[in-house]
Design a protein around this ligand. Structure first.
Ligand SMILES: [Zn+2]
Length: 581
């Protein structure tokens, strides 16, 4: 699957309110979550891309490479009284962000203050009510950064006290924080978790028992949609002891007793207990950042790059990079994702050799300040991936067909198929269909040419062409291409990649004690092998999968901790984290 630019939609607003639970440990936290049909769709639309980035995240973790941390801009709005008193101090703000950054470093991101602090001296907003949001944020928000408003108190319209609230991707880039909660160490990372699409571990609905099963078998579709956080019947002061032990007795639909994690930051556990994100929660934060939040930019200081190159079938590629950053006086480029600085010039050129997708990282400096951004798999070497047995060209000529020609070549440059001579006055406004048979593990080029240089569309004429696989996936199309257009296509045995796209794989229970099960949506088509790595990337065990019984892994001998299970089929793999308790 190709990752397209994620198109932001603003259809829905999903607000998560998180209550102040320290007032009374006896009271259940008051939390209002509004999940709509649009919010579900939004998340589902984003999920395939997120899952790809999660895979990249696990690979980064295992390979210990390309681990640079991207800088994400925060605009801090500190609300004080009319006379300018009260409000969070700058030191408190910096400490709160630094504390949050210790967590988010594990997701390869860190937050920085963009353009200092905006002080809002208003006694009205000092004790903020949620119905004041538009009036407050419309005049203060900075576009394309995370706007965090720090108020003395935050209340719902009916007077309920809140610790803070945030919006999922798709909503406004706004977080509201109660000052004391901002300093408790867990609410700010919790709200930021929502900003990166993390749900509460008990799911998106408060006060209703989660449908996520204790055995983890529906963990990817129910509860918080995260598989290494145990099902949570909704924690709170009433069922978590002051020593952070769960004491509830709720059972799931199978009659199994819940064993939730009172330490998880995305739970409603006691604030002081919340000190952990799970590995997959970190992977999701990373995935959501790459899929929908990486475009955020501080107006005065920002990293951005462009590049120009012609991608072809070869394993080498010359790329010219252009720095489009704002506010930079010094540059450090890692152009191949190995955490080694390759260039310190502003606009370097680099020759790549070796197939693959490369992360490009640029760090910019200005005085003592620096910013870093990782552009995930920014450079891809070799042809674009396709997987098919046949390619189909559909050509609708314009009224100058003699200007049009095309060639289909293999990687050695041999012309396999080429256009007939289209004849003026006969072939005008006709539709031609051509079929190209292709072999696997070969790279092809398709080039369409207009000898006059005005394409077949738009300036004059309404011609077009469409190059697709026989399965119907569009490879290249258009008509407004000037003198021509060329595309390089690597036809791999991607039926294996389709295997992971079409055969959803999950593991349960997670966390696990004695046995970890690999669950396949199509159990008739087994993967080849699995390998288990520890947090250091060392191989703990590896096994060839011969039969369905091989999908149950004995983990009782493992020491407690986080592991990664890499499941392989052909040259492709899927990696999932699990926790051994
Ligand atoms: Zn929350």
């Amino acid at each position: 699957m190709k990752r397209g630019a994620f198109i932001k939609k603003t259809l829905f607003i999903l607000t998560v309110f998180c209550s102040i639970s320290f007032i009374s440990a006896q009271h259940e936290p008051q939390c209002g979550t509004v999940a709509t049909a649009e919010s579900e769709k939004y998340f589902q639309d984003l999920l395939p891309q997120i899952r790809q980035y999660e895979q990249d995240y696990y690979q980064k973790t295992l390979q210990r490479s390309s681990t640079a941390i991207s800088s994400v801009p925060i605009k801090a709005h500190i609300i004080r009284t009319d006379s300018g008193t009260g409000g969070l101090s700058e030191t408190q703000l910096n400490n709160a962000i630094a504390s949050m950054n210790t967590y988010y470093a594990n997701a390869f991101i860190e937050f920085f203050l963009c353009d200092g602090i905006n002080y809002i001296d208003s006694t009205t907003y000092f004790d903020y009510s949620t119905d004041e949001q538009d009036a407050l944020t419309n005049v203060n928000n900075v576009d394309n950064v995370i706007n965090i408003y720090f108020a003395n108190t935050v209340s719902t319209t009916d007077g309920g006290g809140l610790c803070g609230y945030a919006f999922f991707p798709g909503g406004p880039e706004v977080i509201l924080m109660n000052n004391s909660c901002a300093l408790n160490g867990s609410t700010l990372p919790h709200e930021m978790g929502h900003f990166f699409a993390l749900s509460h571990t008990h799911g998106n609905t408060n006060g209703t028992l989660t449908s996520e099963l204790v055995d983890g078998s529906n963990c990817s579709t129910d509860g918080d949609f995260i598989c290494d956080t145990p099902a949570d019947p909704q924690l709170g002061g009433g069922n978590v002891s002051s020593s952070c032990i769960y004491s509830g007795s709720a059972i799931d639909a199978n009659g199994a007793a819940f064993t939730p994690n009172p330490l998880n930051i995305m739970s409603y556990s006691r604030k002081v207990c919340r000190t952990e994100f799970s590995p997959q929660q970190y992977a999701r934060i990373y995935g959501v950042y790459q899929a929908s939040r990486a475009v955020m930019a501080c107006p005065s200081f920002n990293v951005d790059i462009a590049s120009s190159y012609t991608r072809d079938c070869s394993n080498t590629l010359d790329v010219n990079f252009t720095d489009n950053s704002i506010g930079a006086t010094f540059w450090q480029w890692d152009v191949d994702g190995d955490d080694i600085i390759d260039y310190t010039t502003q606009n370097p050129s680099h020759t790549y050799s070796g197939e693959g997708a490369y992360d490009v990282t640029l760090t910019i400096f200005n005085g003592s300040s620096s910013l870093t951004k990782v552009f995930q798999e920014y450079i891809e070497i070799g042809g674009e991936d396709i997987s098919t047995s046949e390619i189909i060209l559909t050509l609708n000529t314009d009224d100058w067909p003699a200007e049009t020609s095309w060639e289909f070549k293999d990687s050695s440059g041999t012309i396999l198929y080429s256009s007939p001579v289209y004849v003026e006055g006969i072939d005008d406004f006709q539709t031609f269909t051509e079929n190209f048979t292709v072999a696997t593990n070969e790279c092809y080029s398709f080039e369409i040419i207009d000898s006059f240089g005005d394409g077949i569309c738009c300036a004059s004429g309404f011609g077009s062409f469409n190059l697709t696989t026989i399965e119907g996936s569009t490879i290249l199309s258009g008509g407004d291409y000037g003198f021509g257009n060329i595309v390089y296509l690597a036809n791999d045995v991607l039926s294996v990649e389709d295997y992971f796209a079409n055969n959803s794989i999950s593991i349960y229970p997670n966390p696990t004690k004695n046995t970890l099960n690999i669950q396949l949506s199509n159990s008739n088509n087994l993967p080849d092998t699995y390998t288990i790595y520890n947090m250091l990337g060392q191989v703990i065990m590896s096994k060839r999968i011969h039969q369905a019984q091989d999908l149950s892994i004995q983990t009782n001998a493992f020491s407690e901790g986080v592991y990664y299970l890499k499941i392989s089929k052909g040259n492709h793999s899927n990696t999932l984290p699990f926790i051994k308790n």
